[in-house]
Each structure stands twice: as C-alpha cells, then as structure tokens.
Design a protein around this ligand. Sequence first.
Ligand SMILES: C[S@@+](CC[C@H](N)C(=O)[O-])C[C@H]1O[C@@H](n2cnc3c(N)ncnc32)[C@H](O)[C@@H]1O
Length: 362
Amino acid sequence: MNSKLERQVGSILLKHKLKVSERTLKRFLNFLESIIDELTPELIEIFVLDNLTIGESYFFRDRKVFDFLKKVMQYKVEWNILSVGCSRGEEVYSLSIIARESGRNCKITGIDISPQRIEEARRGCYKFWSVRFLSEDELERFFIKNDDKFCIKSDYKANVTFVSGNFLTVPFSESFDIIFARRVLLYAENEELVVRKIYSLLKNDGVLVLGSGEYFPTVLKDFEPINECPCVYKKVSRKSSKFSDEKHVKDKRPKTSFISTQEVKYLKEAIAKNLENELALEPTIRIVEHCLENKILSEAENYLAILVRKYPTHYLVWKYLGVLELEKGNYEAAEKHLKKAAFLNHSDDEIWQLLHFIKGRK
Ligand SMILES: C[S@@+](CC[C@H](N)C(=O)[O-])C[C@H]1O[C@@H](n2cnc3c(N)ncnc32)[C@H](O)[C@@H]1O
C-alpha cells in the first residue's frame, strides 16, 4: 500500500470530518494506486468526495414525507428550506414542485460536499433512474425530455440555489423552516456536530427530516418525532427540552410500523392455532415491529422464534432479533444478529446505524 497516498486520503477525510469503513477505504486506495500517475492533490480530493460518499437519490424519495409536507405548507405562505447532502438535486426539485403545487413561496437551498454532484444539480437533467418512481403524467408536467435525459422545467428552478461545500464548515446567515438531512448523518465522523448545526439553523418549531428508517439517538435529544410521519421531527426549544437523558431518548424512538388491530388479531390467532405454515414474512415482521415498539418483548421473541425457523436466511429476521436483544440490553447478542443481517443485506442503512450505536456503547 502506498503510505503517502494513504496519508493524503486520511487527511482529506479528516478535513471533511467524514468516516468510511476500513474495507471500503482499502478498496478505494487500491483503485487510486492503479491510476497513481494521473493523480494531482485536487483530483484525489474530488475522487474521495465522489467515491467515498454515495450520491444515490431520486425524485420524491419516501413520497409520504412530501405528501405530509404539502399539508404542512398550507399553514403559511413563505418557506425557507435547506437540503443538506442534496446530491444531484433530486430532493431540492421535488420540494420546489410541491411548493409550486401548493401555491407557496419557497426558497430552497441545496448543499453537497461533492462539487461534481452540485454541478449536475444546477444542470437539472437526469437519467431515467432518478425519475423511476414518477408517473407518465408527472414526467410530462415536471420535465422536458432531452434525448435520454429528463430536464427539470425552468419554473422549478426559480428560487432554488445550490452550494458546493461541507455543511459543517459553510456559514449560513439565515435560518430555516425545514431542514432535510436524509442519509447524510451516516457519513459524519461526529454526527452530533451536524445535528447541533442543524439545530442552530432551524427556526423555533422548525422541522427536521431524516431518511426513512434512520435512527440517531443524538437527534432525539432536542427534537420531537412527529407522529403522523416517521422520520420527521420538530425542534424542541432548549429550555423545554426534556429528552436529554438516555432513557427518554430510547423511549422516543419514532414509530415506523402501522398495523391494523384486525391484522394483529389475525396473526395472533394464527400463532395460537399453531398455523406456522400460514405465517407470511411481511405481515409477521410488521407484528414483530408492533410488539417491539410497544415493548411487548416476550411476544416479539415468540414470533421471531417461529420466523427464524421458517426464514433462516432473511435479513429482516436477524435484524429484528438484533433489535430485540438491543431492547433487552444484550449488546453482544444484538451485535451478532445484526452482523448476520448486514451480511445478508448490506444496503439496509438502519442495520449499520444500529451496529454503529452498539459500537459506541461497548
Ligand atoms: C446518499 S446521498 C443522499 C441524497 C438525498 N439527501 C436523499 O436522501 O435522497 C448523501 C449525500 O450527502 C453528501 N454529504 C455527505 N456528507 C456531507 C457533508 N458534510 N456536507 C455536505 N454534503 C454531504 C454526499 O456527498 C451525498 O451526495
């Protein structure tokens, strides 16, 4: 391994306060070594920012969040919104679309650490992958087709600004009504620093939006989950903040499962009648989530015991076995189960966050 290169990459990560796994870093250094003759310090920095952070995003990701904000936007006319880690601008333009549809004046700023992604955001032209969940009608209303690209109409570019830089170091002279920080905290070497800056930039009663399934206990100290929509939080003013101790933080974990009482009843009856073969994975997982959220741990354990016999290679079974052990305070067992879950599906962000959480407690 080229130790000069290793030091250079290390200092760039340090400068931007980013963290990456050892395996990813090793693979990346091998790649850089293979093109070492072409590299300049500036190019190395661009490579680090583009390759060691993932820019995956798409229009109307977690659509229920946008539907919820559309309702919230009815309450006033002027909105100032910040999208931290906006990647190529998909989130920013999705917001611009709902603001226009709601007849609201909205100023939206997107910031990303990758200059290349910001350049693409300013251009606003996307491959089909970024718009894959939009209907034909939406594609027609919001974009102009340019060869194989979908280019956002100029209407949605008004009042939108993109900034290239690290959120932690770029100064802002205004405060915001809503801050999006979806799938960004997982890159932060110190997530608390990011959360503190978000807190200071939000107006009183401002809203923070995280990614679906993201769980950061530090966030819950000064923000209150909004029950109607998972991953959306309201800022709590410091004086009235009552969530500073660990116990409250744990209890305030946002609710992610919506399960009807009828469904609960059906599943419980099926279990009682020993109809194991009837237990489909997805609804049973939902009842497990329901039990875990309501701290009915022994029932969650019973369901999981059946699921692990029936679906021994499904990552969700191991993930929730991990969450169960975490709830019981058995960090080592939780870590073992979560590592299996991560092995079976390495793209579930929440598993990595839970493992990260356990690492910090051990
Ligand atoms: C996975 S993308 C998420 C995009 C979008 N927020 C979403 O959820 O669809 C994460 C983005 O955060 C950016 N990022 C990570 N750390 C950052 C920081 N400290 N400041 C600004 N951008 C950052 C990365 O460059 C990447 O484009």
